[in-house]
Write a protein of this length. Sequence first.
Length: 421
Amino acid sequence: MNKSDSERIASVLENNGFQKASKMNEANLIVVNMCSVRQSAVDRVYGKIQNAKIKNQNEKSKCKIILTGCILKKDRERLFQQVNLILDIKDLQNWPEKLGIKNQELGIKNYFEIEPKYSSFPAAYVPISTGCNNFCAYCVVPYTRGPLIHRPAEDIIKEVKELIKKGYREIWLLGQNVNSYGIQRETDAKQNAKQTQNINFSKLLRMVNDIPGDFWIRFTSSHPKDFSDELIKTMAECKKVTPYLNLPVQSGNDKILRKMNRNYTVQKYKNLVKKIRKKIPDIALSTDIIVGFPGEIKKQFENTAKLLREIKFDMAYIAQYSLRPGTTAIKMKDNVPQKEKKKREQILTEILKKTALEKNKKYIGKTVKILPVGWEKGFLFGKSFHYKTIKAKGLKTMLGQFIKVKIIDATPWGLLGKQIV
Ligand code: SAM
Ligand code: SF4
């Protein structure tokens, strides 16, 4: 989401006379697009702003620093003195006026209408919603990004059609909880009159899948509580929707899941995975996990370890619990010591290494379709249809185009291939 925001920020600034600087110390405007999901990300922002300020002291022409993105109240108050302006990302269409740089009347009414400056060709990120209404106990997103607002389907389709015309091959539909797309609450409808559409995420996927052209559709994130049978069927039937799914479980213990306000049980999650695997046998599954949530005792952590061994994920994004001000979990005692959190993260990483290697080895000898996005010293780099990281001997001329490679080796984190000509 932050990358997608940055692409829109770049577009607004470039449409109003700015150009990208090649180095930070050549810039006369620095936009820091903040993420507050974990404290480590927040600390990096403090460091970056400090660096920019030190550089500013040495430069003759001082540059402005703007802070935006997901910002907590506490950081907003502390960073207010250190930057020139704090601007709301949801208000991006009004930035030129606020910065006094407006030189184009584009008639843009909201964030979604801003045409981004895409920066990841042949992949493009297309937001389908902003915000979140789920209020997981540990998470800042509902506070920093506000309530869930859906983007009208017709605008999403229009953007994807234009991207396909321009040669984009990998379309990412983005939202904090994509499968709640179209499931609206009354308050959402009030906020966006255009939302009175009867299109849920499955229907939206089918509409994108029906756009003519040779491209892949990926999406993130999915909340297990909203993952319907209709969506599984849609994924199985839509040939452009890739067999890759990030399905964050967060914990393998029911009591912790309840405390996290996740609204599903471990059994429900397992049943869901079973159903998905039955309909899409080759699905590559990844998940998100938090270790050391307040009150997580060893036995509860072991349930998570057991779940990882059982499900055998292709990939897992494992995070140590980070206290976030303003969330409901901040009121719970953060009683798992830092050392123990680290140990739990390492234990899960070891399990993941084994299951990911086991999964990846199954590709050895097979021919897979990949989309190369980088080339270095005779090797192409990219992702496969199943979102596996691929390094393959091949020609630079194949960048940005689908090619077939034969897999010759596997590690837990990727596959090695050879281009088939
Ligand atoms: N919407 C997605 C979902 O339902 O899981 C996840 C979005 S969240 C921004 C991305 C990931 O960051 C989460 O899945 C979670 O594992 C991690 N995360 C969020 N808050 C966290 C916290 N306070 N401490 C550690 N990890 C956190
Ligand atoms: Fe945060 Fe995702 Fe929960 Fe929303 S669904 S509160 S974004 S973890």
